[in-house]
Design a protein around this ligand. Structure first.
Ligand code: SF4
Length: 472
C-alpha cells in the first residue's frame, strides 16, 4: 500500500524492512551519526525552552489530547460536516479509500484541466501515497517546493524527517546536489547562497505551475475551512499563483471547531522546532476568484487503525516530529532506516498497521524509555503502543528464528529456578575467565555493541542471604 519514489536500501530480498541492518549502516559513518544526534537534540532542547515559557503547558497538552480523542470517536459526523461546509464554501470534496484512489483522483483533476506542471508543498501524505512516481509516469512534472523536500527529491531520496526532510545531509552534500542539478558553482556550500539558488530555481517552477498541491494541518468541521502551516511560505505562493489548488488530507486531521485551533497552533510549532509559532499559518476558507479548489480526504488504512482498540490513539498525531527529535534510536539511526514515510516512534506505531510482516522490526527500534511519550503534544502513549506492537509481532510469528529461539530459551530458563541458578553461576565464571571480546562474541548480536558486564562475586540470592539473613 505504501509506496516510495526511490528504492529503499533497508528492504531486504524478503521485502521486509531490516531496521537493525539499516541503522548499523548509518552508524558506520560515525561523524554523521554524531552530528545527526546533536542536531536533533539541539531542536529537542529548543522545544523544552519554548514549552517552559507557556503557563499551563501540560493542561494544553491534555486539552489537545481530549479534543483529538473526541474528534476521532465522532469522525463520521465531523467528516460529513466538513464536507458539507467545504462544499458550501466553493470547494470540491473527494473521498479516497487508499493511496491508489488518491493518486487517481489527483491525476483525474490534472488531466481534466490539461495540467502538466504541479508544484507541491507540505504533504507527507502524498509521500505515503507515492504520488510523485505515479504522476511522473503519466507525464506530469512534479516539483516539491519545501527546500528540504526539494533537496531530497533532486537526490532521488525520500524525506528522513517529517519536519526537517534533509536533516541527514551536510551542507556540502547539498552544495554537490545543487551543483549537479541546478548548476551552482562546484564547492558552494554557504547556506545563504544555497538558499538563494533554490529560491531562484523554485520561483520559475511556481510561475509556470498549472496546479499546486498542499497538505492540510487542520481541517475544521465547523467552518469547512482548513489551515496549512509552513515556515517558508511556499504553500502560500503556490496557492496564490496556480489556477488549481488540490489539498490532500488524512481523515484524522479533522478538528471540530475553529476555537480548537488555538490549542493546536500553540503546541505545534513549539513542539516541532521550538518556535513560538510557524512563520505562516494560512487559513483557507474557499477558492480564490477564478481558482478551482479540491480537497481530497484520504483513508489509506486510517479507519483500520481507528478500529484497533490498542492503537487508535496514534491517530491523534499532529506530525510535529518531537518524538523523533528526542528518540535516542531515531537520532542515532536516521530516518531512512525505518523504510517508511513516517519514521521514529510514531512511524513505528503507525506503519506496522499497514503491513505487520514487512515492518515487524520497527516496534523494536526503541529503548522504551518513554521520552517520546513525555514530549508528545497530544499525549500519545507511544512507548506503550510500541510495546503492544512487539507483542503482536511475536504472537503473529514475525520474528527471526534466532530471536524466537532465544525467547523460548529464556522462557525455559526463567521457568526453572535451579537451572537459572546453575546458568547464573556458569555465566559468572565464564565472564571471569573469558577475555572481554570473547565474552561479547559469546553473547551473539547483543554483545557486539555492548561492554561485557563486570561479573559479581556472587549471585543476588547469595548476597541477600548473607546481608539480610532471609531465604531469597
Ligand atoms: S506522535 Fe506526538 S510527538 Fe510524535 S509527531 Fe505525532 S504529535 Fe508529534
Amino acid at each position: 500500500m505504501t509506496q516510495r519514489s526511490f528504492e529503499l536500501p533497508v528492504v531486504g530480498a524478503s521485502g521486509r524492512v531490516d531496521h537493525p541492518a539499516a541503522a548499523a549502516a548509518f552508524n558506520a559513518d560515525v561523524a554523521r551519526t554524531e552530528w545527526h544526534d546533536a542536531s536533533l537534540w539541539f531542536v529537542r532542547e529548543k522545544r523544552d525552552r519554548a514549552a517552559s515559557t507557556v503557563p499551563g503547558w501540560e493542561e494544553l497538552r491534555a486539552r489537545a489530547s481530549a479534543i483529538k480523542e473526541h474528534a476521532l470517536t465522532h469522525l463520521d459526523e465531523y467528516l460529513v460536516q466538513f464536507e458539507a461546509n467545504a462544499t458550501r464554501n466553493g470547494m470540491q470534496v473527494h473521498w479516497a479509500r487508499d493511496a491508489d484512489e488518491h493518486n487517481r483522483i489527483v491525476h483525474g483533476i490534472l488531466s481534466a484541466q490539461g495540467a502538466s506542471r504541479l508544484v507541491k508543498s507540505k504533504s507527507m501524505l502524498t509521500e505515503e501515497c507515492g504520488l510523485n512516481p505515479y504522476l511522473e509516469a503519466r507525464g506530469i512534472e512534479v516539483v516539491d517546493t519545501d527546500l528540504g523536500e526539494r533537496i531530497v527529491q533532486l537526490r532521488g531520496e525520500g524525506p528522513s524527517h517529517i519536519v526537517m526532510p534533509a536533516i541527514h545531509l551536510r551542507k556540502e552534500e547539498v552544495g554537490d546536489t545543487f551543483h549537479d542539478h541546478l548548476g551552482t558553482p562546484a564547492g558552494l556550500a554557504e547556506p545563504n547562497a544555497l538558499a538563494a539558488a533554490a529560491r531562484e530555481h523554485l520561483r520559475q517552477r511556481f510561475l509556470a505551475a498549472d496546479c499546486t498541491l498542499t497538505g492540510i494541518n487542520f481541517a475544521i468541521a465547523e467552518t469547512g475551512g482548513f489551515v496549512v502551516c509552513t515556515n517558508e511560505g511556499n504553500a502560500d505562493l503556490g496557492m496564490a499563483l496556480a489556477p488549481i489548488h488540490i489539498a490532500s488530507v488524512g481523515i484524522e486531521k479533522i478538528i471540530p471547531r475553529v476555537e480548537d485551533l488555538g490549542v493546536f497552533l500553540r503546541l505545534l510549532a513549539r513542539s516541532a522546532t521550538g518556535q513560538a509559532v510557524t512563520a505562516y499559518s494560512t487559513h483557507v476558507h474557499g477558492p480564490r476568484e477564478g481558482q478551482a479548489l479540491h480537497v481530497v480526504l484520504v483513508d489509506n488504512g486510517r479507519t483500520r487503525q481507528l478500529a484497533r482498540e490498542e492503537f487508535w490513539r496514534s491517530l491523534k498525531c499532529i506530525r510535529c516530529g518531537a518524538c523523533m527529535n528526542t528518540c535516542p534510536i531515531y537520532r542515532r539511526s536516521g530516518g531512512h532506516s525505518y523504510g517508511s514515510t513516517v519514521p521514529g516512534p510514531i512511524g513505528s506505531v503507525l506503519t506496522p498497521g499497514l503491513d505487520l510482516d514487512r515492518y515487524a522490526t520497527l516496534p523494536f527500534a526503541s529503548t522504551l524509555c518513554g521520552s517520546c511519550t513525555a514530549v508528545c503534544p497530544v499525549m500519545i502513549d507511544l512507548d506503550t503502543q510500541l510495546f503492544r506492537w512487539r507483542q503482536r509481532v511475536v504472537e503473529n510469528g514475525h520474528v527471526s528464528l534466532a530471536k524466537r529461539a532465544s525467547i523460548d530459551g529464556a522462557t525455559r530458563v526463567l521457568d526453572r529456578p535451579r537451572l537459572f541458578r546453575l546458568l547464573g553461576a556458569v555465566a559468572r565464571i565464564g565472564l571471569r575467565i573469558l577475555p572481554a571480546p570473547l565474552a561479547r562474541r559469546a553473547a551473539g548480536v547483543w554483545g557486539r555493541t555492548r561492554e561485557a558486564p563486570v561479573p559479581p562475586p556472587q549471585s543476588f540470592r547469595a548476597w541477600y542471604r548473607r546481608h539480610r539473613g532471609g531465604a531469597a
